[in-house]
Design a binder for this molecule. Structure first.
Ligand SMILES: [Ca+2]
Ligand SMILES: [Ca+2]
Ligand SMILES: [Ca+2]
Length: 669
């Protein structure tokens, strides 16, 4: 693959030493010191492969070496000969963006491969005892997903919705996870248990300059509803098969790359599940093309959706090791992605602590790649790359690694009833919730997430599935929409700002809970105790419209449908406790029509109104801030100002009986 500095160790040395390692009598103290260099444990690690972090001088020798059988570093050469190594190659690709990678010491990571029958821990100790080797990482593969989608017949899934839909895709009405009107066939389905996408689409449905990398199984790039969404490597598309036409270290990487098999992207092998294609469809299935379903950021039918690339780390039911996973993430950044979509992990409970990630002292190769991705400025509207992970499906009170780390977003999953799914991980490391769907006992349910599938998995090319894997791409899609919207408005976001937008643009999950609701039935029988999820699903249910409003710094004011409110805007301005006197609103006829606003009036500087239908509208409210109230409502010394707000009328929003104002969303389950 990516570099010329692959060292082929002479076959004779393998034969001579392959079985020796177990018998070597290592000095006990030396072995203990060496073990301290281990980044992780050998549990579940791949045999025949170890990842090394070497010192600067050794890295330079490895890079400069022209001898195919020697690194040039004597002690390291002896150790790799002792374990019968067949190859020493760099983890990262220094052909692209080398300057930043050197700053991050990415040139110091190497993979050593050796015969699988060599004892892995003995080999690790042998390498760790070399002074020039600073860290040794066992190559633990990603857990492969359990993914059994249920195909859908397009002709049988026609929408039963009464409301009109924004795009003409025939399956959009069944994608309740985007906009749930409560009619989805699922026990206790609730309107608003969705990502509020239709309102967001009134402002943007994506931009092709925003590239999302799907780190997963291979994504079907020939799919009728996905092929137009790929970022195409034109040099490879128009190049020669078997040749690295653009010189980026990868042959024929037109739509991405298969890091498991070192080949072009694949999805048709017997144990491929279609997982990557389902995930990709949620982000970027082409919208308004009269075909199939929609993607969160799939554009408006004018070729204007976000672009995806397939960074394949799973193939034929097997997952890549840590070094190839790291290379896949690096590649995502090198190809220009600014959103990293990750519906994968290493299993619950694997996290040690955040210092493992933050300090770098014992960081693993895949975390180095994630940190590299976060530093890249691949889009003019964002000063870094945003990384989003699925929380995991073990039902555990901790997210899977690496999504569990503090500075990565991990996504939990809700069902069409707005309640936690029976499988979602929750609590530690979990940041925000999104619809992941839930099978009912019959396994024939529209309560799952509908997206694209390869036709070799499901003949129709579409199917339903559940999982935090399905919730995660909703959040990646919303992040991509937010970046698109920032571009539209000439706004540059910092990475922390975008992360704040993602986790704070939420609706309360408690709105879906009846007061006396303690549990809900589980698909396989039994009940799910809801109390254990209290405050532990992340900040709330993500809301695409609120995310866009947060990009332009427009506050959202939630309003109930069908109830009269007396809106006190002082709680939405400044610290919420200042003296604010409302002067007048500018509410356009368009806004009045959009929300069906009735009874509009001022009463004691409060705005009285009734929304008769759900929707969103931008309004400008003029007010006087500060000053002293004298006499009958007059204020002296105040300052006239105005501010734009977004009125969000939805069913299910509560009224505070004390103030007769809507309760602000953003609470906890
Ligand atoms: Ca290439
Ligand atoms: Ca080529
Ligand atoms: Ca479509």
């Amino acid at each position: 693959m990516n570099n010329t500095k692959v060292l082929l160790i002479a076959l004779a040395s393998i034969i001579a030493t392959a079985c020796v390692s177990d018998d070597v009598n290592h000095n006990q103290d030396g072995a203990d010191v060496a073990k301290m260099k281990f980044v992780n444990s050998a549990e579940r690690a791949n045999n025949g492969e170890l990842i090394l972090f070497v010192d600067d001088a050794t890295a330079a020798q490895l890079e400069a070496s022209t001898d195919a059988t020697r690194s040039g570093a004597t002690a390291l050469d002896a150790a790799i000969a002792e374990i019968g190594a067949t190859e020493v190659r760099p983890v990262f690709n220094m052909l692209v963006n080398a300057e930043l990678k050197r700053e991050l010491d990415m040139h110091r990571w190497y993979v050593v491969t050796f015969p699988e029958d060599v004892n892995l821990e003995v080999a690790a100790k042998t390498l760790a005892e070399v002074k020039e080797v600073e860290r040794v990482q066992f190559s633990v593969p990603v857990k492969t997903p359990k993914f059994n989608p249920v195909g859908v017949d397009p002709s049988a899934i026609a929408s039963t919705r009464s409301e009109s839909l924004p795009f003409d895709d025939p399956m959009l009405g069944s994608q309740w996870h985007y906009h749930n009107d409560g009619t989805v066939r699922f026990p206790n389905a609730k309107a608003g248990a969705d990502i509020n996408l239709f309102s967001a689409w009134e402002h943007t449905a994506g931009r092709p300059e925003v590239v999302v990398a799907v780190v997963d199984e291979g994504v079907c790039y020939t799919h009728e509803d996905l092929k137009a969404s790929f970022l195409v490597n034109e040099a490879e598309l128009n190049g020669t098969e078997g040749v690295d036409d653009d010189g980026n270290g990868y042959k024929d990487d037109i739509y991405g790359y298969n890091f498991k098999d070192k080949s072009r992207v694949t999805w048709t092998r017997s144990k491929d599940s279609g997982h990557g294609t389902h995930v990709a469809g949620t982000i970027a299935a082409v919208n308004n093309n009269g075909v199939g379903c929609c993607g969160v950021a799939g554009g408006s039918g004018k070729g204007d959706g976000v672009r995806i690339i397939s960074c394949q780390i799973m193939s034929n039911g097997e997952a890549a090791g840590a070094a190839d996973t790291a290379a896949a993430i690096e590649y995502a950044g090198d190809r220009g992605a600014c959103v990293l979509q990750n519906s994968w992990g290493f299993g619950s409970g694997d996290i040690s602590n955040d210092s493992h990630f933050e300090t770098g002292a014992n960081t693993a190769a895949e975390l180095v790649a994630i940190n590299y991705f976060k530093k890249l400025k691949n889009n003019p509207a964002l000063d870094g790359g945003i990384v989003i992970f699925a929380a995991g499906n073990d039902g555990a009170s901790v997210a899977v690694y690496p999504g569990a780390y503090n500075n990565l977003i991990a996504v939990t999953a809700i069902a069409p009833d707005g309640l936690p799914t029976y499988y979602t991980c929750y609590d530690r490391g979990c940041n925000v919730a999104a619809p992941g769907g839930e099978y009912t006992a019959t396994w024939d349910t529209p309560g799952c997430v509908l997206s694209t599938l390869p036709t070799n998995i499901e003949a129709s090319g579409y199917g339903l599935s559940q999982g935090t894997s399905m919730a995660c791409p909703h959040v990646s899609g919303i992040a991509a929409l937010a970046i698109s919207y920032a571009m539209d408005n000439g706004i540059t976001l910092t990475l922390p700002e975008l992360k704040d937008i993602v986790v704070s643009s939420v609706n309360s999950l408690s709105q879906f809970m009846d007061d006396d609701m303690k549990s809900k039935p589980m698909p396989g029988g039994g009940t799910l105790n809801l109390a254990k999820y209290k405050n532990k699903m992340g900040t709330g249910l993500i809301d695409a419209f609120q995310a866009l409003m947060a990009v332009r710094d427009t506050k959202c004011i939630p309003l109930p449908v069908g109830e009269t409110v007396y809106l006190d805007i002082s709680k939405y301005i400044g610290d919420g406790e200042s003296t604010i006197k409302m002067l007048e609103p500018e509410i356009s006829q368009e806004a009045i029509d959009a929300l069906g606003i009735e009874d509009l009036a001022f009463i004691s500087s409060k705005l009285k109104l009734t929304c008769t239908k759900p929707g969103t509208a931008l309004v400008t409210l003029k007010y006087i801030a500060g000053g002293t109230a004298v006499g009958s409502g007059m204020i002296t010394g105040g300052m006239a100002a105005e501010q734009e707000f977004a009125f969000v009328a939805r069913t299910g929003i509560s009224i505070d009986e004390g103030t007769n104002s809507p309760i602000t969303p953003g609470g906890w389950l």
